[in-house]
Ligand binder design. Structure first.
Ligand code: 13P
Length: 340
């Protein structure tokens, strides 16, 4: 492992004004997204959709990295160019989701544990050879009466640390993603408390596993009220509480934090990131690693029709630009409306 190489890639992933496109939906998840726009999910339709995003000129300006699903990393574009090459040619780092989804956690059946460690040491070199320079592993923590349990926190953060150490050993930068879901009816302060506990445990486990913080990226949720909460928090409150939370928990050796959008609307996800960067004076870069908040608009505009590819690309370019501006605190609602 070369820590200098890992550090260089980690910094590239959080280049100011750029962020990460999470295009790593599993076949089940992308089918759900395609069902919603009336598109049949086939190997070719999944490829065509992802190919048009990777060929959007705005990639070069606003996207630092792309997270791929296993199927996609081995796919070629319609003209035979490997999709990883399209991404690298656009100046972005190709990455790969390596977790294998979740299953109920023994002893805490309402909670989930992420799978995929068993063969990871043999899979990582193959992804590296294909061009992946970073990876992603998502742990899921739910908030509901009586949960999360320490069992779920400990098992999930331990797995994240094992994964991160394996990645670094294979010269791959790990994105460490402990996601506290926003599905419940909890308020922002409950989310803050749970996320604080999760992040403290995560960095403790990373320390025990000897993970070099300089060569990783953290992908957390924001401090935000659950979707079913009656108590909404303002953009400023989300920004201030998330920055305070990260300052309490994330060592400054970590080069960057790239948030997940987690079910926020496109514009909320952008506004929150922008407000945090407007606070300024932060020890790490704060950017995006959005899936839904970058892709909902282009999916709708495209709707599986060849004649809509240009409209899909325009919608993707717009969201990429808005989030790129938010990553340096230069977004505004006027820009959002003007360019839409
Ligand atoms: P969302 O932005 O849709 O939450 O997806 C990001 C991601 O990669 C979740 O693992």
């Amino acid at each position: 492992m070369s820590i200098a190489d890992l550090e260089k890639i980690a910094h590239q992933m959080v280049t100011p004004g750029k962020g990460i496109l999470a295009a790593d939906e599993s076949s089940g998840t992308i089918k759900k997204r395609f069902d919603a726009i009336g598109v049949e999910s086939t190997e070719n339709s999944r490829r065509d959709y992802r190919e048009f995003m990777f060929r959007t000129p705005a990639m070069r300006e606003f996207i630092s990295g792309v997270i791929l699903y296993d199927e996609t990393i081995w796919q070629d574009a319609a003209d035979g160019t490997p999709l990883v090459k399209l991404i690298a040619d656009a100046g972005a780092v190709p990455g790969i989701k390596v977790d294998e989804g979740t299953e109920p956690l023994p002893g805490s059946p309402k909670e989930l544990i992420t799978k995929g460690l068993d063969r990871l040491s043999t899979r990582l070199p193959k992804y590296h050879e294909r061009g992946a320079r970073f990876a992603k592993w998502r742990a899921v923590i739910d908030i509901a009466p009586g949960i999360p349990s320490y069992n779920a926190l400990h098992a999930n953060t331990h797995a994240l640390a094992r994964y991160a150490a394996l990645c670094q050993q294979a010269n791959i930068v790990p994105i460490v993603e402990p996601e506290v879901l926003m599905d419940g009816d909890h308020d922002i302060d409950t989310c803050y408390k749970v996320t604080e506990w999760v992040l403290k445990e995560t960095f403790q486990e990373l320390y025990y596993a000897n993970v070099k913080l300089e060569g990783m990226i953290l992908k957390p949720n924001m401090a935000i009220a659950g979707k079913k909460s009656a108590k909404r928090a303002s953009v400023q409150e989300v920004a201030e509480k998330t920055v305070k939370l990260l300052k309490e928990c994330v060592p400054s050796a970590v080069p960057g934090v790239a948030f997940l959008s987690g079910g926020q609307s496109d514009e909320e996800a952008t506004a929150h990131l922008d407000a945090m960067n407007k606070i300024g004076n932060l020890p790490w870069k704060l950017t995006f690693s959005y899936g839904r908040a970058l892709q909902a608009a282009p999916q709708k505009a495209w709707s599986g029709k060849k004649e809509n590819v240009k409209a899909g690309q325009a919608a993707f370019a717009h969201r990429a630009r808005m989030n790129g501006l938010a990553a340096v605190g230069k977004w505004s609602q006027t820009l959002e409306k003007d360019a839409a």
